[in-house]
Design a protein around this ligand. Structure first.
Ligand SMILES: NC(=O)c1ccc[n+]([C@@H]2O[C@H](COP(=O)([O-])OP(=O)(O)OC[C@H]3O[C@@H](n4cnc5c(N)ncnc54)[C@H](OP(=O)(O)O)[C@@H]3O)[C@@H](O)[C@H]2O)c1
Length: 244
């Protein structure tokens, strides 16, 4: 018997999201997989079985369509006890590039899109007096590094939003879990040289383990907890001279 009966994953078509779909489906959870690329979702459904994976094409930037799609998914599955907001973008930003269009896309996908989903999901789980909400944030949200200001901002915002939801919802028996992965080998990081890179399936496993434990906040892998403790405490005057 799987811990979660029915799950919804937003941003399920590749990378960490696709791996979570596979792992949950293998455990017996029915998963609603949501993303824009229907072709990728169809491949996932064919690999996992149509009884285990239901697919929905959706662009999280179409904010008005999130709540109606949530209602449709709940009706299709009967109930939902795990919701994961995993959708995210990280376009490359050059050294002296200042690009509002890219910043806007990052904030709309990583933050505003999350809010458009998390409002109806939170209301549903509060009314049900239970359930687990997971948000995929990042170690990137803990400092404003020079490489990609909007990406760091988006993950800091998501982390804070999820903390506030956790503080609202714990009294109703709803778990809100913030996952902060370090670098993961996915299409998002293709071509980048990153330290301590892990595979997407390892990140998915670590994320689902935190979700099952109802852990408030956790790093994947756990080694990032002491590393980020140090990085968080580097004084700003020193931090700006580094590229950590
Ligand atoms: N890779 C890393 O090193 C790393 C580290 C820490 C945190 N993260 C976070 O982990 C999450 C997953 O990223 P990933 O590394 O697995 O990258 P990925 O393979 O590029 O996956 C991103 C997912 O987000 C979805 N998405 C993007 N824009 C969307 C939109 N407008 N509407 C709906 N879905 C959208 C994509 O689906 P479609 O394109 O089909 O819509 C895809 O399923 C992201 O939130 C990312 O910020 C990644």
């Amino acid at each position: 018997m799987p811990q979660f009966k029915n799950a919804v994953i937003i941003g399920a078509s590749s990378g960490i999201g696709a791996e979570m779909v596979k792992q949950l489906a293998a455990e017996g959870t029915v998963v609603a997989a949501v993303a824009r690329r229907l072709g990728e979702l169809e491949k996932l459904r064919d690999a996992c079985g149509a009884d285990k994976v239901k697919i929905y094409a959706h662009d999280v930037r179409q904010f008005d369509t999130s709540a109606p799609l949530w209602d449709q998914i709940v009706a299709d599955l009967g109930s939902v006890d795990l919701f994961i907001y995993n959708a995210g973008v990280m376009p490359r930003i050059e050294e002296s590039e200042y690009n509002f269009a890219k910043d806007r896309e990052i904030m709309e996908v990583n933050v505003v899109g999350a809010m458009a989903w998390l409002n109806p999901v939170s209301a549903y789980m509060e009314a049900r007096r239970g359930g687990t909400i997971v948000g995929i944030s990042s170690v990137a949200g803990e400092r404003g590094r020079r490489g990609n200001p909007a990406y760091h901002t988006s993950k800091a915002a998501l982390t804070t939003y999820l903390e506030a939801l956790r503080n609202r919802l714990f009294r109703y028996g709803v778990q809100v879990v913030t996952v902060k992965p370090g670098p993961v080998d996915t299409p998002m990081t293709a071509g980048l040289k990153l330290p301590l890179l892990i595979k997407a399936d390892e990140c998915a496993r670590g994320t689902l383990s935190l979700a099952k434990g109802g852990t408030g906040e956790g790093y994947v892998p756990a080694i990032w907890a002491p590393i980020m403790f140090v990085i968080r405490n580097v004084p700003s005057v020193v931090f700006r001279k580094t590229n950590i």
